[in-house]
Design a protein. Sequence first.
Length: 400
Amino acid sequence: MSAHNSSKPATKVVSGGRRKDWTWPVVNPPIWRASTHLYETTQDLRRGHPNEDGHFHYGRRGSPTQWALAEALTELEPGAYGTLLYPSGVSAISGALLGVLKAGDVLLMTDNVYEPSRDLTRTLLADFNIETRFFDPLDVDGFADCFCPKTAAVLFEAPGSLTLEMCDVPKLAAIARANGALSLIDNTWAGPLGFTPLTHGCDITIMALTKHVGGHSDLMMGSVAAGEELYKRLRIKSQALGMVVSPDDAALALRGLRTMHVRLQHSTATALKLAEWLEQRPEVARVMCPMLPGAPGHDLWARDFTGGCGLFSFLLKGADVQAQSRFIDALELFGIGYSWGGFESLATPFEPSRARSATSWPPAGVEREDRFGIRLAIGLEDPDDLQSDLAQAFEKMDLK
Ligand SMILES: *Cc1c(COP(=O)(O)O)cnc(C)c1O
């Protein structure tokens, strides 16, 4: 699809990866369900095939269904040479970290990181003698002091997917580079339509395809994209870890990808409308939504990002855990569950004090009694219906 390299992202979402020799004469690549790839002769088998993308060899190296998805994602990611697929977002994160770190290295991780990313530093990386230190993503001056000669990589998440702090990615990535460390970013929130990390100083971009790309709450997958040298290094490690996604799941992800642009536009617009409305509610202490003018991090978002999504949070004013639960339990249109990026709206409670080490919760400017939060993942429902649902849940929450 190189003829379309100059297309806009909305077009690439539709055209990416649809090589004629993988699809013709149908629109989508067929589901190549295969472990065995056959060779014509023993001579052919002995000669083998180059260990490169797009060559049949054996099921673990994928088939056109997976190749088409990886290629479509690469086309959406300026600066990327290739994209690796992993069976979940977490395996993409651990795969990327294991791919660039070695024993004795120090990893810096943003303090507002997705909690399973924090957990794997203790349950996985520590066993390989990789030490992790957490940093405050909003403290640019302090960040430079976090480096030591052993610091090999930094993991960012912007904004944090629970509390939505927006850090200055270009500035922090430049500091990392000046200190000889690689910058990895979990870009699940914005995805490539909202933020292109490799053009903002990051070396590796990671996504949970489970969220916006899947889009229908029925799929788990992750991706890692990078420039040529790093991509090739990561590919060797990913093959060593035996990472492969099923062709059925790849086909589902491709199906989700084709509508991602319109879904994100809709959920972003609804989220913004609800965030504005929540800001006026007496029960709300703070809205955490960088797309909202005046909200923390909005300036950085407006400078670096071209889009957002339906995920944002707010803090209840003077609530306790019971009030927080009453609010969520009263919601009728919002499911109670983890994940986001699906067509249906979700709500989850949070109070992340115990998952912070370099920062404190609640953040500066928020009273301690306002520390209980609600995270909303906005889907494709009518915005007015969602707003009415939130309004009736505030009534039932019955804050004294
Ligand atoms: C969900 C999520 C992940 C992990 O993805 P899974 O597919 O659930 O393993 C990673 N990062 C962020 C920001 C997420 O929201």
